[in-house]
Design a protein around this ligand. Structure first.
Ligand code: NOJ
Length: 562
């Protein structure tokens, strides 16, 4: 069956603030992105996902939107955006926007109005509740960013009520129960489509619906993080009854009629509930990405775990749905530091192995900026250098609960979102060639050795390896159409799988460990002739022919000879 464009796409996520600064103010911008479009074209990506670039006070780096129909001046103007869109389209690169519709900034005109009085026409755009009799918060829910006293409710003197914010105090939740708000949102989405964008990534869409009556959570507090009895409990507002009606209405009003691509951020989406959102017959979303592989809380992936996640999602795919493949994004640490090995010896090799897993399993691969040059985690000396709201909130909670600053930092640094957000490392000049000014977030000091220029000049370039993978996606039918079958299913370190379609069979062999591991070549494979198509270790012979051991982090892709 003819595929949709997004099933054949390679998506590249741009965190604009950290990508390329064209005017020396230390903040990446749209002109910077424009200057790098040829590089993205060479990489072989054909879709860009922009994290939010709308007008914003930047409390959460743009996920706090103050104007959904404009570009933040730090990034440029709407004219710059239109130019970028034209140029990208001219190069065959589509553009999708990050839509943050669970909350806005408290500086959005809707909220400024909403807080003015109880009978303001915008009052119900947000979620307001009176205090309990003793004046305290309406319930015991904690906010994800654990600011202030930790509550998800903020008292507003002017009207004597609390407003609800799942995230920062300056990010009030929008009230999806209220039709006039929904209408504004639909109009605004149509406006972006009219402008020419090709689709949307939907931020935390599983949290749009809130439970009637706002009951207390019965979940016990996390002793290390939750404060003052306010408990972070994802289950209260995530995937709850009524969420599908909201997404279906979005589809009916916007996504369906305009045939635009949608990918939802699947907070708490698993292979068990994903089909409710992405089975085509549900008429909700095209894709949803889940955190079963990539997660801030996971520092390694075993071969068994990888197989299980992929098998579960292949099961989802069998039901008229299409998965997303990724191992890191702007909300996680760097994939090579977590799931590969970022030592000098293995960084490039393991970065390539992870890339190959993402690009050869079923679904659409999402590359996060910097992956293609093997950017690694950062460790700053002081909490002052960190920007991420989670890191700062958790740090202050931990210190308030008795941890020393060093203990708190050591615990939080490896999973800080700032690991992914350090400026892109273009070359070894000052500030990695990202800016001529002072970067908004400190550059990772490793840039002298890890940068695009070095990588592209080197014999073992990660970028060149990604180019081979994106080319395979364009030219090798099994990458998109093939089914998935694992071999050596009990192996502790090796991941071995076939991708088969009528026209082609590919075989992927990966050693997901830092050890040399004997490769017990399955008999069935020995009966055929295999051509080695790709390897992350040019100095080796085909392991299928020789039956030799697989070296640490070794990866090979074979094609069945006809
Ligand atoms: C998910 C986004 O990816 C993250 O960066 C942001 O902080 C939260 N949603 C809140 O919008």
């Amino acid at each position: 069956m003819k595929k949709k464009w997004w099933q054949e796409a390679v998506v590249y996520e741009i965190y604009c603030k950290s990508f390329c600064d064209s005017n020396g103010d230390g903040i990446g911008d749209l002109q910077g992105v424009i200057s790098k479009l040829p590089m993205l074209k060479e990489l072989g990506v054909n879709c860009i996902w922009f994290t939010p670039i709308y007008t914003s006070p930047q409390v959460d780096n743009g996920y706090d939107v103050a104007d959904y129909r404009n570009i933040d001046p730090a990034y440029g103007t709407i004219e710059d955006f239109k130019k970028l869109l034209d140029l990208a389209h001219g190069m065959g690169i589509r553009v999708i926007m990050d839509m943050v519709l669970n909350h806005s900034s408290d500086e959005h005109p809707w909220f400024r109005e909403s807080r003015k009085s109880k009978d303001n026409p915008y009052r119900n755009y947000y979620i307001w509740q009176p205090p309990k009799e003793d004046g305290s918060e309406p319930n015991n829910w904690g906010s994800y960013f654990r600011e202030g006293n930790g509550s998800a409710w903020e008292y507003d003197e002017l009207t004597g009520e609390y407003y609800f914010h799942q995230y920062a105090i300056k990010m009030p939740d929008l009230n999806w129960e209220y039709e006039p708000l929904r209408r504004e949102i639909y109009d605004m989405l149509h406006w972006w489509i009219d402008l020419g964008v090709d689709g949307f990534r939907l931020d935390v869409f599983t949290r749009f619906k809130k439970p009637a009556g706002f009951p207390d959570t019965k979940k016990a507090p996390n002793p290390q993080l939750d404060r003052n009895g306010f408990v972070v409990d994802t289950s209260m507002c995530t995937n709850i009854d009524g969420i599908h009606e909201i997404v279906q209405e979005l589809y009916r009003e916007v996504f369906g009629p305009r045939d635009c691509m949608t990918v939802g951020e699947g907070a708490e989406v698993t292979y068990q509930n994903a089909l409710d959102y992405v089975c085509a017959s549900r008429k909700e979303l095209d894709m949803v990405y889940h955190f079963e592989l990539a997660s801030r809380a996971r520092y390694s992936i075993s071969a068994e775990f990888f197989r299980n996640v992929q098998k579960n999602w292949a099961g989802v795919m069998a039901h008229n749905a299409w998965p997303v493949q990724f191992m890191s994004n702007h909300d996680t640490a760097r994939q090579v530091s977590c799931y590969g090995c970022d030592s000098e010896e293995y960084r490039k090799i393991s970065a390539k192995l992870l890339a190959a897993l993402i690009h050869t399993t079923p679904g659409t691969p999402f590359i996060y900026q910097g992956e293609e040059i093997g950017m690694v985690n950062v460790k700053y000396d002081s909490i002052e250098d960190y920007n991420c709201c989670y890191t700062k909130g958790d740090y202050h909670s931990m210190v308030a609960l008795g941890a020393s600053p060093k203990e708190a930092l050591d615990a939080l640094a490896p999973r800080s979102r700032d690991n992914a957000r350090t400026p892109y490392q273009w070359d070894d000049s000052e500030n990695a060639g990202f800016t001529t000014g002072k970067p908004w977030l400190k550059v990772n000091p490793k840039y002298a050795k890890i940068n695009l220029a070095e990588d592209r000049d080197s014999k073992d370039s990660i970028f060149a390896f990604y180019q081979k993978l994106t080319r395979m996606r364009r030219e090798d039918p099994a990458i998109i159409d093939g089914d998935l079958q694992f071999l050596l299913e009990d192996h502790e370190d090796l991941i071995v799988y076939l991708r088969r379609c009528a026209r082609q069979t590919l075989l992927v062999v990966a050693n997901l460990s830092g050890k040399t591991v004997p490769f017990p070549v399955p008999e069935a494979l020995k009966e055929n002739l295999w051509e080695r198509r790709l390897t992350n270790r040019e100095d080796t012979q085909s392991s299928l022919d020789t039956g030799r051991d697989l070296l640490p982090w070794e990866l090979e892709i074979y094609e069945l000879a006809r």
